[in-house]
Design a protein around this ligand. Structure first.
Ligand code: SF4
Ligand code: SF4
Length: 345
């Protein structure tokens, strides 16, 4: 089996978040996919492989994350995976909702896929299925079990909102029982469906948790998971005013690629036509200014510019008008491994 590698905000690696289609069999309440902005087509395998080849020069330092929609709905996903492996990318991950269509597990092997990464948004059937749809909890658990039984590594992503925050602690025994290899805690982002008022109405509570709740709970749960020998990763989100701030759009190499050819450097920009790159005739080219690149240059006291523009409710101000803290780049991750958790005991 290939050695798993971390996908995180790094100045020394490139991450390709490659949406090979936007279709999905589910209709999650917080889905971030925006077909009006990102297209509805299934990217032909020949196009997907041509676009991947654009990053071949730095392939060993590049992590590829194949997503959708639901990427296993793409009938040629195995072909795309094998092509990515032939190019020599550092790691290949497939993000899935667990349904694993087209019998994908029997068409690729553990030498070709470093991780299948599953999304579960509740430790119970009730909470997960209220967010992701009826029957999804059982389907996802079954998908994880099949994946691990075939010798693949599995990650689990838990997107925290007010709706499922109370069940995060219960994920600790669940990830252990399932044999998960990496656990990612994500913060709900207000984009796609989650940015629309109907999905964010107070009764739905598909909203971010407060700073106090985040700081009190997230690092502690991540440490508990790490003590089980499972690497746990979560976004830093809140920075003290004295802490250094960096925008990944300026200092890191992340590419969020969509089937209509748009390529963003920041996921928070994805609801808007401000992408700084795009594929034309299979070549990656820069788009005309103004675009997201111009936003990255703005140096503001609140830290992340896009957070201030689209999620200002995450900020708090003192009486003198200054922010009480900064919001870090959403790509800035904290990672806790077993050793680090033991040292903190
Ligand atoms: S969040 Fe993912 S699994 Fe859910 S509807 Fe959107 S693309 Fe599908
Ligand atoms: S999330 Fe904020 S800090 Fe990070 S790349 Fe986007 S604009 Fe920059």
């Amino acid at each position: 089996m290939t050695t798993p590698k971390t996908v995180a905000f790094s100045k020394h690696s490139t991450n390709l978040f490659f949406h090979i289609l936007t279709q999905c069999n589910l209709t999650c309440r917080h889905c971030y996919i925006n077909p009006e902005q990102h297209g509805k087509q299934i990217l032909p395998a020949a196009t997907a492989t041509a676009w991947l080849s654009q990053f071949a020069a730095k392939s060993r330092q590049t992590n590829v994350i194949l997503l959708g929609g639901e990427p296993t709905l793409h009938p040629d996903l195995p072909l795309i995976i094998k092509h990515a492996r032939d190019i020599g990318f550092g790691s290949i991950t497939v993000d899935t909702n667990g349904y694993l269509f087209h019998d994908v597990l029997s068409k690729v092997d553990p030498q070709e896929v470093d991780f299948f990464s599953f999304s579960l948004d509740g430790a119970t059937r009730k909470t997960n299925d209220l967010i992701r749809g009826e029957g999804v909890f059982d389907a996802c658990i079954a998908g994880i079990e099949r994946t691990i039984s075939k010798g693949f590594c599995a990650s689990l992503i838990y997107t925290v909102s007010r709706f499922n925050f109370h069940e995060l602690e219960n994920m600790v025994p669940l990830v252990k029982e399932l044999g998960i290899h990496r656990f990612f805690i994500q913060v709900i982002g207000l984009r796609g469906k989650a940015a629309r008022t109907d999905a964010c109405a107070p009764d739905s509570e598909i909203l971010p948790v407060s700073r106090a709740e985040w700081l009190e709970t997230i690092p502690r749960v991540a440490r508990e998971v790490a003590r089980l020998g499972i690497t746990a990763t979560y976004p830093k989100v809140f920075l003290d005013l004295a802490e250094p701030f960096e925008c990944a759009g300026l200092v890191a190499e992340n590419y969020f690629i969509f089937p209509n050819g748009r390529v963003y450097r920041c996921p928070l920009c994805e609801d808007f036509a401000v992408h700084s790159l795009e594929f034309r005739d299979h070549q990656l080219i820069q788009t005309a200014r103004l675009n997201e690149w111009d936003l990255f240059q703005l140096n503001i006291a609140e830290g992340c510019v896009m957070n201030k523009l689209i999620q200002p409710q995450n900020l708090r101000y003192a009486d003198d008008g200054m922010p009480e803290y900064k919001i870090g780049c959403c790509l800035l991750k904290e990672e806790i491994s077993e050793d680090a958790a033991a040292e903190n005991n």
